[in-house]
Design a protein around this ligand. Structure first.
Ligand code: DP6
Length: 336
């Protein structure tokens, strides 16, 4: 049977991937560390069929837009080349979370697509080989292949840039409350952000700090040291946004001094987090390339954190996605 279904969770980076050594292979400028998110996942079915003249891609029950379909097609080409076949495929993919939620659907999407396509072609690849393939679809997708808490080591070549688990999902009951303050797509793509990053005047400083930060975050996860973990990830998120805010570029011929992924509500939440902590709630934030704020807390404090968010929200229309650490990509799930 030339068909398989796979599930992969989105992941949240605690130490971020921002800037590439090789933009074709997605070799990152630095290691990154993440956690798979239980409530945010993609289910993808791939069917290879001889009667198809072209790949067909459906996203959440509808024909995918051309840009997404082309990106999926290019990834299938990589996998076909690996397998030595030419057969076209039908791809059906569904996310449990909206694309505009500020949770990267490309990570879970390309991880699920890789595993489903590889299995549909009858190949049995190691976790490392799957991670290497997924990385070429979208860098952060390589981190959605292994279980739980994951580190992606930079590597120097295609063969040695992949992610591995540093602790299983059940190692630590850490809760992520993703607060979605706006449901609009981001203004600047992360691929442009990756390209601009090395031109920031703060780039060299960030790169110099990262080995120590990686060491601290790795150790804090192993020892479940929430305070060190929280302080490091908050500092890291602001270091990432310092690069973004100083990534000058032009949009339609008009100069911009930097990329502003935050909205006023984002900043309001970041300030609120400092106050909640002063009031005794153990919670820290991180942010990616968008206005969504991720709040990390021990699982038993999750309700308290969500209550604090509701109170701050007032009459605005925020929503939350609450996740624990999750396993890596796996075969199965309902065929769509
Ligand atoms: C800010 O993995 O989306 O979320 O490799 O170009 O597909 P491509 O980039 P992508 O970048 C993710 C950037 C980030 C940080 C992170 O997840 O580490």
């Amino acid at each position: 049977m030339n068909q398989a279904t796979a599930i992969a969770h989105a992941n949240l980076a605690f130490v971020k991937y921002w800037g590439k050594k090789d933009p074709v292979l997605n070799l990152p400028a630095n290691n990154s560390i993440s956690m798979n998110l239980s409530a945010a996942y993609t289910t993808t079915t791939v069917v290879f069929a001889n009667d198809l003249l072209d790949d067909e891609v459906q996203l959440d029950g509808e024909d995918a837009d051309q840009k997404f379909a082309d990106r999926v097609g290019r990834h299938l080409d990589r996998i076909r080349q690996y397998a030595g076949v030419y057969t076209r495929a039908r791809v059906e993919t569904r996310n449990t979370f909206p694309a505009s939620a500020g949770i990267a659907s490309s990570a879970s999407g390309f991880a699920a697509l890789t595993l489903a396509a590889v299995a549909a072609l009858g190949m049995e690849l190691s976790e490392r080989e799957l991670s290497i393939l997924a990385r070429q679809g979208s860098g952060s997708a390589c981190r959605s292949i292994p279980d739980g808490f994951v580190e992606w080591r930079t590597g120097a070549t295609n063969r040695d840039s992949y992610a591995e688990s540093i602790a299983p999902a059940e190692h630590w009951d850490l809760l992520d409350v993703a607060v979605i303050v706006a449901d609009q797509p981001k203004g600047v793509s992360s691929s442009l952000g990756h390209r601009l990053a090395p031109d920031s005047p703060f780039w060299a400083m960030r790169q110099a700090q990262l080995p120590e930060r990686l060491e601290q975050v790795r150790r804090a996860i192993h020892e479940r040291d929430f305070v060190t973990f929280g302080q490091e990830i908050e500092t890291e998120a602001l270091s990432l946004h310092a690069i973004m805010l100083t990534s000058a570029h032009e949009v339609a011929g008009s100069w911009r001094s930097g990329i502003y992924y935050w909205l006023p509500d984002t900043l309001e939440l970041l300030i609120a987090v400092q106050n909640w902590r002063a009031d005794g709630i153990p919670v820290y934030f991180t942010l990616d390339a968008g206005p969504t704020v991720h709040l990390l807390c021990p699982a038993e404090r999750g309700e308290q954190v969500q209550e604090a968010v509701w109170l701050t929200q007032g009459r605005r229309n925020w929503s939350m996605i609450v996740s624990l650490p999750a396993v890596g990509a796996r075969l199965g799930g309902a065929t769509i």
